[in-house]
Ligand binder design. Structure first.
Ligand code: FES
Ligand code: FE
Length: 467
């Protein structure tokens, strides 16, 4: 598809072929489409802003972004959490220039207008010069609509949008497993880590929403070193967990994959004291999922994700510890994203466990983390491999879905629709041959519009090379 200028609605509809499970690569490379995303998604839907534990006291604030708009997340002097546009209503400069802080309000550095923590304009430097002709009440900082769930603060500029509860939909049940599983809930460990990879913002949410099997190939060596080291048979078990991960469509957009076949030892990497709290707090069906959960990864539309799992780099000397990272994929340009990443732990966890969880997270899911370096290289490659004049005319292939989307797991204990795995199984489930055009298996695969796994399917290649 060649689009020179702008986009017509009918053209946008043609970008994604749901029936055939493909999408135009222009979703990663087109500048005009990127601009439309900022306008039509990031100003209209709920966006993750921060965690309540980042602003525990009245007057605490942090600065964030909603799309390309700077905002302040603040707990006002009554304790209410607010999200204010960080743009002075006088000439528009940033009224708050620090990443975080505490105060009674915000004084604009240009002409000195003062705003309270609730965003009200409370003083101007030129009160006497306006001659009573200006309604200063109309010059409060612009406020976003705020919603909070399990300590997660979201906001939207769209006052007509469905409620946050409706937006999260079935994902709430899974968010409870991750964020609401002890009486005191989660707390953020330290400041956010931020870095800026050279790829479109959607590659991260897609990966975290439904791509467990990529880990078998791209993270294979580090899975051996960080997860499987010293554990007999661990590589095979982890590979099976990655390939056989159930994938849940929790609402129209939210995707979650949770890893852990029944062969997993229960509560692998979990603190026993916390496990007792999980059992008190969660429903039995939620405990059933969590106790066999080797890792949980998910995305809430459009750009909020989490990843959770056990890490043990040196099992002889350190206990295997679960890390828990949450992040937003901030759109900067069509080919540049800023990742904001936080680590979380249960408020009830002891200091030693908090430090271990932080260390496990920093080693894996940060700019210098082992897993993020792997992914960043692959995503950089997608961007470079999709922005040429020829390559941008091709599709992104999601056709593995054709094999599973009509076969959801019938007895899945949670809400949403769960599918047995996210990719084609390796040798055992497909018979392969020479790949000749006349190959009957290939013809059958084509007939079913499956990924052509006969000769050189990417999915099959990475499974075979990792076994
Ligand atoms: Fe803020 Fe003038 S721009 S006081
Ligand atoms: Fe990854």
């Amino acid at each position: 598809m060649q689009i020179e200028q702008g986009w017509q609605p009918s053209e946008i509809e043609r970008l994604v072929d749901v029936e055939n499970a493909t999408a135009s690569r222009l979703i990663f490379t087109d500048e005009n489409l990127f601009r439309l995303e900022l306008q039509r998604i990031f100003t209209r839907t709920w966006l993750y802003i921060g965690h309540e534990s980042e602003i525990p006291k009245n007057g605490d604030y942090v600065t964030r972004k909603m799309g390309n708009d700077p905002v302040i997340l603040v707990r006002d002097n009554t304790g209410r959490v607010r999200v204010l546009l960080n743009s002075c209503t006088h000439r528009g400069t940033l009224v708050c220039r620090t990443d975080s802080g505490h105060g009674r309000g915000f004084t604009c550095p240009y002409h000195g207008w003062v705003f309270s923590t609730s965003g009200a304009l409370v003083a101007t430097a030129e009160d006497n010069t306006y001659g009573g002709k200006v309604d200063f009440r109309s010059l409060d900082l612009r406020q976003a609509r705020v919603g909070s769930y399990a300590g997660l603060v979201f906001a939207t500029w769209n006052h007509d949008a469905p409620s946050l509860d409706q937006h999260l939909g079935d994902a709430r049940w899974y968010l409870d497993i991750m964020f609401n599983r002890t009486p005191k809930g989660m707390t953020v460990l330290g400041l956010p880590h931020r870095w800026s990879p050279t790829n479109n913002w959607k590659l991260g949410p897609l990966n975290f929403g439904a791509d467990g099997p990529h880990a078998v190939k791209v993270h294979g060596p580090i899975v051996d070193a960080a997860l499987a080291g010293g554990m007999p048979g661990a590589r095979a078990m982890i590979t099976k967990a990655l390939v056989d991960s159930p994938s849940v469509a929790a609402g129209p957009y939210n995707g979650i994959w949770t890893q852990g076949p029944l062969e997993m030892p229960p509560w692998f990497g979990y603190d026993p004291d916390l496990v007792a709290l999980y059992k008190q707090t969660l429903k039995p069906e939620q405990v059933q999922i969590l106790e066999r959960c080797l890792a949980s990864v998910g995305t809430v539309f459009p750009n909020f994700s989490w990843v959770y799992g056990p890490i043990g780099f040196d099992m002889q000397r350190e206990p295997v510890t679960n890390f828990f990272a949450i992040r937003v994929w901030q759109p900067i340009a069509v080919n540049r994203t800023e990742i904001w990443n936080w680590f979380l732990v249960e408020e009830e966890a002891g200091e030693a466990l908090k430090q271990q969880a932080m260390l496990a997270g920093v080693r894996t899911f940060t700019a210098g983390g082992t897993f993020d370096q792997d992914d960043a290289e692959a995503w950089h490659g997608i961007q470079r491999g999709s922005e040429g004049e020829i390559s941008r005319t091709l599709d992104v292939n999601f056709q593995v879905a054709l094999n599973y989307r009509d076969r959801p797991i019938a007895d899945w204990p949670g809400p949403g629709v769960a599918y047995p795995r996210i990719t084609a199984r390796s040798r055992s489930s497909t018979t392969c041959c020479s790949g000749a055009p006349t190959c009957p298996a290939r013809a059958e695969i084509r007939r079913q519009r499956l990924l052509p796994v006969c000769k050189r399917p990417a999915a099959r290649l990475f499974l075979e090379s990792s076994e």
